[in-house]
Ligand binder design. Structure first.
Ligand SMILES: [Zn+2]
Length: 272
């Protein structure tokens, strides 16, 4: 009887030891993240594979709009479906010379505003320019066609509302307005933020004809927040093949796929 007890205890001890041994093998486990310290900016996402656009919705709870939103960007703008004229819209660009600071944030090259002098006035409300960044190829389409690249000029109101100008870029003459940004373009995020030596006036970047397609969409990157007021310029600007290739040697493809338009209206208006 006593022998049976000892046998049972030994067997139990061996089983427990094995269980402990296998559950303690944590060498291959990732370090445990503190969820509360994780900010939206830190959550990893990319343009392909397991963390690519179709998976953004699953990467973080804060990215829900990326999969379930119905006012998402970018879209294909079919010119024949555009509503010509939007009565009562008054949009003015107040751009002057500014020194931008250049950084590679791992998703794009960003030229950030260093002042609050530049702004866009939409129906008397001011949206300050926060910066400009680039996508290759373009994110929006015109009649189903992509352009080589697209620039996004971000503006934010005091209440945090966003207005973005989308600017198509096609291969052609060298772009001199962006030349210094391209000279200083950091190949990766390890390089410190650099401030330009020469100011840029974004008025000189924009095409002469400022007809834009306006619609309500979203950020094209996580968290895909909706309510963004989009103004996509009809006329593209140019960059040399060399400039386009320099960008795509760093970001071969950093555009989100076209999203469903879901009965949204696209209006044609003019920027002043
Ligand atoms: Zn963008």
């Amino acid at each position: 009887m006593r022998k049976n007890y000892i046998y049972a205890y030994v067997t139990l001890a061996v089983v427990l030891a094995l269980v402990v041994y296998y559950t303690m093998d944590t060498t291959e486990q990732a370090p445990v993240e503190n969820e509360e310290q994780l900010t939206v900016k830190d959550v990893y996402w990319s343009y392909d594979g397991e963390s690519g656009p179709n998976e953004w919705v699953n990467v973080d709870a804060a990215y829900e709009a990326c999969g379930r939103g119905e006012l998402q960007s970018p879209i294909n703008i079919e010119i024949s479906n555009v509503v010509e004229e939007k009565v009562g819209e008054d949009i003015q660009l107040k751009y002057e010379e500014e020194l931008f600071s250049i950084e590679n944030n791992g998703h794009t090259i960003e030229a950030n505003s260093t002042s609050t002098d530049n702004s866009m006035i939409i129906n008397n409300k001011e949206y300050k320019l926060t910066g400009i960044h680039f996508h290759s190829p373009s994110e929006h389409q015109l009649n189903g066609q992509y352009f080589d690249m697209e620039a996004h000029l971000f503006h934010e109101s005091e209440k945090g509302e966003l207005a973005v100008i989308g600017l198509f870029i096609e291969s052609g003459e060298e772009n001199e307005v962006l030349a210094e940004i391209w000279d200083k373009m950091p190949v990766d995020g390890k390089k410190a933020v650099q401030v330009l030596n020469n100011p840029i006036n974004l008025q000189q970047l924009l095409p002469e004809d400022k007809s834009v397609y306006q619609y309500v969409g979203s950020l094209t990157t996580p968290p895909c927040t909706e309510g963004v007021n989009w103004f996509v310029l009809e006329d593209p600007i140019t960059m040399s093949n060399e400039q386009i290739n320099q960008f795509s040697s760093i970001f071969l493809q950093n555009n989100r796929p076209i999203q469903n338009i879901n009965n949204r209206d696209v209006f044609k208006i003019d920027l002043n």
